[in-house]
Design a protein around this ligand. Structure first.
Ligand code: NA7
Length: 535
């Protein structure tokens, strides 16, 4: 006898919905969550300025029409506290709390072939057995702090944005160093600059950022999108990014220059990254086309930042726009016009060490009272490797994926029976409106488990050849784009020693969903099923 049908790791957007979906299908389920609250990435990343770069009307569950109608988002782009309130509302509304165990980290999970079940070990010393093991641990959970000599000697406090103190931090009158200028650093910097005596932004790579143009939702606007929410969600499910975007449908290189300038300007004024890069068909596949949008963006930086030396340093070069996650901010570039903000180029003069009073680079020393790392995550695989996951014959996941993650459809891995990964490597997750991608995976896994039961199967795992064919397809599709051309977390370049592999599916959410549905309709084609004989 196993304790549960399903163990779920994590209670962020994925885990919360997984609990609801599995329980509604009649399965017994428990989610273990390391935090003392639900929310996952939105629980941990509570630094000032944390905000989603997908609009709230999109970045929200679509599984319940009533929830959709009754919840009101206050702003176009939701801030972290509001997202957390939303997730807690969902947990209350659907009475999910009895199935969620907080303050409990899953430390390991091993497959037992004799009982066809997983034994899941937790940080409280406990263990449970379950027929299915579902990771909803998220793509951006394991944060990374650079290994800087002397960091331990720093006299002031230092923070990583993904473990921000819940009680907040008072930087008033302080000299603060911020390392990292990705989406997180760009959101946080203006908040620190608003109160600190001095902010030093240590930049290794300049980022492209489009404006948010964040604003409150007007009531009329909310009524309008809610009046056709169901149709809108259907369009979103079939769309490329999980958000319906209207582009010209034409390549930028074939357009008259004035038209291009006009359209980019319109979209720049309107704000948001997806409509901006979705304006033309070739921006993410042709370097020449990408150069057009890159130069437009660099011009906006030069226009905004008064000191042209600083502006040039802020102008990203050397990688295509969009090949690193496109950042969004209404304030970041203009912040450099404040007298208390300095940009420090650590590409030409890297940080050499931290000393009790500050940071020393190859060129200078900076006296600091506090240090902040917005240095990102061991993405996609980090949270999975943080657990000791062992599949058939005790095979560690770390070893199976030593040269790069491998997952059939991005949802299951050969050698790991009855294990599913919500938004795993090989899926479109991080290139999409991830909430819709989460729903699609959870519903697909739920339907799969229900089907297996109905057919009397007790095990499922991908066939190795189906998995390698899928990963080859993932890589082929990516190879036709500019995405693999940047040193980003998409390819693992931010983690020393991590194999450089691009493992996200960039063939579009709609086509991906169709493929998953087709696999299911064909009796889970590409999977090896077991146990029917014993039923
Ligand atoms: P990112 O996008 O990985 O950005 C991390 C930033 O930290 C980036 O500017 C890095 O520079 C910098 N970094 C990382 N390690 C170092 C070291 N050792 N020294 C100096 N600078 C460093 O993480 P975010 O948290 O901003 O965003 C992650 C995702 O969350 C984002 O894509 C959205 O999807 C939401 P680099 O570019 O590597 O030179």
């Amino acid at each position: 006898m196993v304790d549960l049908d399903v163990v779920v790791v994590g209670a962020g957007f994925s885990g919360v919905y997984a609990v609801h979906a599995f329980r509604s299908a009649g399965l017994t389920v428990r989610a273990f969550e390391a935090g003392d609250g639900i929310g996952g990435t939105w629980f941990w990343n509570c630094y000032p300025g944390a905000r989603c770069d997908v609009e709230s009307k999109d970045y929200s569950y679509s599984f319940s029409a009533e929830l959709e109608q009754q919840w009101s988002w206050s702003e176009r782009y939701p801030a972290q506290p509001e997202i957390l309130r939303y997730l807690n509302h969902v947990a209350d509304r659907f009475e999910l709390w009895p199935c969620i165990q907080l303050n409990t980290r899953v430390t390991g999970a091993s497959w037992d072939a004799s009982t066809q079940s997983w034994t899941v070990a937790t940080s409280d010393g406990g263990s449970v057995t379950a027929r299915y093991f579902v990771s909803a641990a998220g793509c951006l959970s394991e944060f990374q702090v650079p290994d800087l000599p002397g960091l331990d000697s720093f006299a002031g406090p230092w923070y990583h944005t993904s473990r921000w103190p819940k009680e907040g931090v008072d930087f008033a009158g302080k000299r603060v160093g911020l390392v990292g200028t990705g989406s997180t650093g760009i959101q946080l910097a203006p908040e620190i600059a608003a109160v600190a005596e001095q902010l030093y932004v240590f930049q290794r790579t300049a980022s492209f950022a489009v404006p948010n143009r964040n604003r409150p939702w007007e009531e009329a606007e909310e009524v309008a999108f809610k009046s056709r929410y169901r149709e809108y969600r259907d369009e979103a499910r079939r769309s490329f990014l999980g958000v319906p975007i209207t582009g010209t449908g034409r390549p930028v290189l074939s357009e008259p220059r004035e038209d291009v300038q006009r359209l980019f300007t319109e979209r720049w004024q309107a704000g948001g990254g997806m409509p901006f890069l979705g304006a033309y068909t070739d921006l993410l596949v042709s370097q020449e086309a990408n150069d057009v949008v890159a130069e437009f963006m660099r011009d906006r930086i030069r226009e905004t930042v008064l000191d042209q030396d600083v502006a040039e340093l802020l102008c990203p070069r050397g990688y295509p726009v969009g090949a690193k996650r496109l950042c969004q901010s209404d304030e970041y570039y203009a912040m450099f016009n404040q007298p208390n903000v300095s940009l420090v180029d650590i590409r030409s003069a890297p940080i050499e060490s931290v000393y009790p009073g500050g940071v020393k680079t190859a060129a200078d020393s900076y006296e600091l009272d506090a240090l902040v790392f917005a240095t990102g995550f061991d993405a996609l695989t980090g949270a999975l490797f943080a657990m000791d996951i062992r599949g058939a014959s005790g095979l560690p996941l770390r070893s199976a994926w030593a040269t790069g993650a491998q997952a059939y459809l991005g949802v299951a891995a050969a050698g790991f029976p009855n294990m599913f990964i919500i938004t795993g490597p090989g899926s479109p997750a991080v290139f999409s409106n991830v909430v819709l991608s989460i729903e699609q995976h959870v519903e697909w896994v739920r339907d799969c488990i229900v089907w297996l039961r109905s057919q009397g199967y007790t095990t499922i795992e991908p066939a190795a050849d189906a998995q390698s064919a899928w990963m080859s397809h993932v890589s082929e599709v990516a190879g036709a784009t500019l995405f693999p051309r940047a040193d980003s977390w998409y390819v693992g370049a931010n983690i020393p020693g991590k194999p450089r592999v691009f493992t996200s599916y960039v063939g579009g959410c709609g086509p991906y969903r169709a493929k998953c549905d087709q696999v299911a309709a064909a009796g889970y084609e590409g999977f090896v099923l077991g146990g029917a004989a014993e039923s």
